[in-house]
Design a protein around this ligand. Structure first.
Ligand SMILES: [Zn+2]
Length: 171
């Protein structure tokens, strides 16, 4: 890709210009801080997140006041807002990937169906787990704003399951 500034507003051009690994300049906009944690040197077309990773192996990024998954941040920064209740899914099925062109939006149910189709779901003692790690993260994120009933409905699981994952809401 040419380093032309003609398309300077295109996210992929900005990303290609900021190829240097672990380049995290101080005081630069959020997008550049994000790009500083992306590794595009791998042979695969995926762009790998090199920043913080949570217990489930998902990249995390602080966007404003809250921490979101890196793929969610990538979508918000380079493609557009992620509506409430919608998840950022991977065409490439690589949870560490943050390449905008590999991301798409889906509901929790669609993401679960997609994961199941790709065989990504974790199995717990021979049974399929009801929720993907990414869904669990989202449940914890949304727990501050939504009731057990709302979350149980949104993710198609019991209130008890939500309670186990996210606990009682702080008030
Ligand atoms: Zn990818």
């Amino acid at each position: 890709m040419p380093n032309s500034v003609a398309n300077g507003n295109q996210p992929h051009v900005i990303l290609s210009l900021m190829a240097k690994r672990h380049y995290t300049p101080r005081g630069t906009p959020t997008a550049e801080r994000f790009i500083g944690r992306v590794d595009k040197s791998a042979a695969a077309p995926c762009w790998l997140w090199t920043g913080c990773v949570n217990d489930h192996g998902y990249g995390m990024f602080k966007l404003g006041e809250r921490g979101v998954t890196a793929s969610r941040a990538a979508h918000i920064l380079f493609i557009g807002p992620v509506p409430r209740g919608i998840q950022v899914c991977h065409r490439c099925d690589n949870p560490r990937c943050v390449r905008p062109s590999h991301l798409f939006l889906g509901t929790a149910k669609e993401n679960a169906a997609d994961s199941m189709a790709k065989g990504r779901r974790t199995r717990v003692s021979g049974r399929r787990a009801k929720l993907t790690p990414e869904q669990r993260i989202e449940i914890r994120e949304r727990r501050g704003r939504e009731s057990l009933g709302q979350l149980a409905h949104a993710f198609g699981v019991s209130r008890t399951a939500i309670l186990k994952i996210a606990g009682r809401r702080q008030s």
